[in-house]
Design a protein around this ligand. Structure first.
Ligand SMILES: NC(=O)c1ccc[n+]([C@@H]2O[C@H](COP(=O)([O-])OP(=O)(O)OC[C@H]3O[C@@H](n4cnc5c(N)ncnc54)[C@H](O)[C@@H]3O)[C@@H](O)[C@H]2O)c1
Length: 358
């Protein structure tokens, strides 16, 4: 059995997912049939490039296409409505990170998926980066001892909030848009939820450019045993920086420490056509020549989206949803990072330490 698949939202990252799902379609793994977006120009492009039927109303797509699975690729604060509508129709759901920018919204999505017995899969791809898997293995084997403290930076170039989605940057923040990746990663690596957070944030650069959003948000998360990890999230790096995103994590424990530079993987390029050099991540999303399907994207960002399709196909073949528990980031898993992020914003707003309630 092959899943019939659709997408809601064909924007910047929706296009990446559509390219990945088209690869799965070419390999004969799914029937990738339709896309919904408010923008008819996007629909025209997706029809020409991938043969997808386009809808400006996702409800009409749900009504007509008899989908088994849908990927929700709308902006951070617009996931709930689409997810609830899909769940009601018994369609399995991949939703982009963050699950939601509000705890209540996240809880309603989780409940709707539960009530309708559908999968709610959250695309949190940092868990599939091989360097992070190796780090988790090292922690689990005890090589680092008990983690005492750590540090993360996660920073986008300023073109992300000012050019890519300047219309909705004010409804998100560097913590919601990218910090969330590492909030989740910390929870996944340590298998423990932090109990309190102190955060501070600055609104200067973007406000001066007419965008009412944090430039940066620095959050110190503390765990019940006294350990703490600080996450600096920002999206104001100069556009001349050598990658779209700068990202690193380091953890220090009683028996060892480990650092992962998730930006600089040792691949540097300079071209006469460009005014700055590039540091390339060859593990996230690159095109390869598949012997069956021709050019398709691969890498951990892509794998994370494809695992969802594999799991849906397994369910169509008779595997029960409960049997897949532990194999993917569920809504419940992702709600942890949503609550961490919401608590960090509350701390930055009030200037107070926030005890995190889950
Ligand atoms: N995992 C990652 O590395 C990663 C990277 C970038 C973005 N994202 C996430 O992907 C999601 C989308 O981000 P983006 O950068 O592609 O945003 P975007 O603004 O480029 O695209 C969003 C698209 O959704 C469409 N849309 C909005 N409301 C809709 C509706 N009701 N029905 C149909 N279409 C609708 C818009 O027209 C737009 O084309 C966000 O949650 C974002 O955080 C994830």
């Amino acid at each position: 059995m092959k899943a019939r698949v659709g997408v809601v939202g064909g924007g910047t990252y929706g296009s990446v997912l559509i390219n990945a799902y088209y690869g799965a379609h070419k390999r004969g793994e799914v029937d990738f049939v339709a896309v919904a977006d408010l923008n008819p120009e996007i629909l025209k492009k997706m029809e020409t490039a991938y043969g997808l039927k386009g809808y400006t109303d996702y409800r009409e797509m749900f009504d007509k296409e008899h989908l088994d699975a849908v990927a929700v690729m709308t902006p951070d604060f617009l996931h709930e409505e689409v997810v609830l509508e899909a769940a009601k129709r018994k369609i399995h759901i991949l939703v982009q990170k963050p699950l939601s920018t509000d705890r209540g919204e996240g809880e309603r999505m989780i409940q709707a998926a539960k009530d309708n017995h559908v999968m709610l899969y959250v695309d949190l791809h940092k868990r599939l980066d091989p360097a992070h898997i190796q780090l988790k293995n090292a922690i689990k084997s005890g090589k680092l001892g008990e983690i005492e403290y750590g540090y993360v930076c996660m920073e986008d170039k300023i073109l992300v909030p000012t050019e890519w989605f300047k219309t909705w940057a004010k409804n998100s923040s560097p913590a919601w848009f990218i910090g969330i990746h590492f909030y989740d990663l910390i929870y996944w690596l340590l298998e423990e939820k932090p109990v309190r957070v102190y955060a501070s944030g600055l609104k200067k650069k973007l406000v001066s450019m007419g965008i009412d959003s944090y430039d940066s948000l620095q959050s110190k998360f503390e765990f019940a045993n006294g350990a703490s990890i600080t996450v600096d999230a920002s999206w104001i790096l100069p556009n001349s920086f050598s990658s779209i995103v700068n990202q690193q994590i380091r953890l220090v424990g009683t028996e060892g420490f480990q650092e992962v530079d998730s930006q600089d993987r040792g691949v540097v390029a300079a071209y006469n056509s460009d005014t700055y050099s590039h540091v390339v991540n060859p593990y996230g999303n690159i095109m390869v020549d598949d012997p069956v399907a021709g050019p398709v994207p691969t890498g951990y960002c892509i794998d994370s989206m494809l695992v969802f399709l594999k799991l849906v196909n397994r369910m169509l073949e008779g595997t029960k949803l409960e049997e897949l528990s532990g194999l993917y980031p569920t809504g419940e898993d992702a709600l942890v990072s949503t609550i961490m992020c919401q608590s960090a914003h509350e701390s930055a707003r009030t200037g107070k330490v926030v005890e995190i309630q889950y």
